[in-house]
Design a protein around this ligand. Structure first.
Ligand code: PLP
Length: 381
């Protein structure tokens, strides 16, 4: 049986008539830039993010960039971020002219080692950019305490974490800004690119709204140098349809994650706390939304050989899997100029050698999940 890593046709096909109605609503409105559809989405997202303001933007990447621009991060500034994350986190920092300063990963889990972060703060550090990777929140109390101590702005990369929470407080609502992505593989995906930026700060919200349209206020008078960071009303309309099903999607992902932890956790060699394969877990007080179910596969000598063997084994059996992410950012060619050499962030580098993600999308069927568990069992036998 084939098990895809993600099947968007099933999710969107089930919404056939609702999505077509949304398309027609936009088509016949004659209004294709910002306006009521985008405002409607922003209002509805506000309830999900628990923030006063939400600004619909063109992508998760642009949400991060816009946040940094609104905070006036630029040349001469340093911004702290994890090395084990998707490229956009650090790419946006570099695009403002600031310097990304990469931090190692925590001992367990996928977040930042905040002691390492503290050691890397200098007089030039302007902001810290935690990432809620794979749908689980970073330890935000500690991030905020560190930021407060050093007077840093906080931008949360919540691209994978819309609706995730920690002690009841939502991802993206803790920092100065929270950035979300609606790339199709995210938990709330549109039919193309899209994103959003959240904030509780009225002044920052105003600034971000102006920067979204070339820094223009009023029309043709440019206060700042902004860009075109607008989300399309068509994508906003699709997202509003899918937002109505979002809780159900989250429950599906959580049920699959619980199933894997239960079933895989009883396979010899697989454990939550260790073993050859290490299963992910949700921390205390954490509402994990499982954008990915990411395991760690240990090899003797610390290479990627066992993980790569599991990947080949799953691919052979037509079971979708992916390596998020195979190369820590501080070792990427484009960031060589920063001088954070290979070997300097050992935990982030180990994650890049050990991680593998298996299917956890909401529409996964019971027999498909059995197939995945059976394949991992067979691999270890
Ligand atoms: C997807 C993602 C982004 C970028 O979002 P896009 O909408 O693809 O631009 C940024 N950071 C993380 C952690 C992501 O997963």
């Amino acid at each position: 049986m084939t098990v895809p890593l993600l099947d968007l046709k099933v999710q969107n096909g089930a919404l056939d008539s609702e999505l077509k109605a949304a398309f027609e609503r936009v088509l016949y409105s004659g209004h294709y830039i910002l306006g009521a559809e985008v405002e409607g989405l922003e209002r509805e997202l506000s309830a999900v993010t628990g923030t006063r303001h939400v600004i619909g933007v063109s992508s998760g990447t642009d949400a991060i960039l816009l946040a940094l621009m609104a905070l006036e991060v630029g040349p001469g500034d340093e911004v702290i971020c994890p090395s084990f994350t998707f490229f956009a986190t650090a790419g946006c920092i570099a695009r403002t002219g600031a310097k990304p300063v990469f931090v190692d990963s925590e001992r367990d889990g996928f977040g930042m080692d905040l002691e390492d972060a503290a050691r890397r703060i200098t007089s030039r550090t302007k902001a810290i950019l935690p990432v809620h990777l794979f749908g689980e929140m970073e330890q935000m109390e500690a991030v905020l305490a560190l930021a407060k101590e050093h007077g840093l702005s906080v931008v949360e990369d919540a691209a994978q974490a819309l609706g995730a929470a920690r002690d009841g407080r939502k991802a993206g609502s803790w920092g100065d800004f929270g950035a979300y992505s609606f790339f199709p593989s995210k938990n709330l995906g549109c039919l193309g690119d899209g994103g959003a930026l959240a904030t509780n700060d009225d002044r920052l919200a105003e600034r971000a709204r102006i920067l979204r349209v070339h820094g223009m206020a009023p029309k043709y008078y440019h206060k700042f140098i902004g860009g075109n960071f607008r989300i399309d009303p068509l994508q906003a309309a699709f997202l509003r349809v899918k937002l109505g099903h979002y809780d159900e999607y989250t429950r599906g992902r959580q049920a699959h994650a619980a199933f894997y932890r239960d079933r895989l956790g009883s396979v010899p060699g697989v454990r939550v706390g260790g073993g050859e394969i290490l299963l992910p877990s949700a921390g205390e007080g954490s509402f994990h939304i499982w954008n990915q179910f990411t395991m760690r596969v240990r090899s003797e000598g610390g290479s990627s050989s066992r993980r790569d063997a599991l990947r080949d084994f799953l691919v052979e059996r037509q079971i979708g899997c992916e390596i998020y992410y195979p190369k820590a950012l501080h070792t990427q060619e484009c960031f060589a100029y920063l001088g954070q050499v290979e070997g300097s962030l050992p935990r982030a580098e180990a994650l890049a050698r050990e991680c593998i993600s298996i299917p956890v999308f909401p529409e996964l069927t019971p027999s498909q999940r059995e197939e995945v568990v059976g394949a991992v069992e067979a691999f270890l036998r």
